[in-house]
Design a protein. Sequence first.
Length: 153
Amino acid sequence: SHTTIGAFGLVGVIGALGAAGAGRWVDKGRGQAVTAMALLVLLLAWWPLSLMPSSLWALALGIILLDLGGQALHVTNQSMILRGQVHAHSRLVGLYMLFYAAGSGAGAIATTAIYAQAGWNGVCALGAATCGTAVLFWLATRRFMPAELGQPT
């Protein structure tokens, strides 16, 4: 119904609130922790999304988790990128958004191909695999930022 469709639009508010909270945590020097939490939330989102054919509530939960994790990660990435190189902010944001758009486009192409071959469960497996790869990359490359120093250790 139109009401149900409109309710899904309101779900996006939760992601916006999460992004604001993520920004505050990053400002306190907890960017690495926020990144880890956001990546894990994104990975977790694919389980309820995979239940979409049988549950509208699972779809809503999956969308909330996907939006919350994605928004938190986006804000955290930009905050951490802009922490240094004050004279290059516009170039850094431009490059970040270029790669963000390229990744989104590649994801859309891959999702379309997977859906044609494996349906919705294949799409969910691709999403989970992508998020799992991001978690592994984060684990392999992380640096902890003490809040009181704001410097890498």
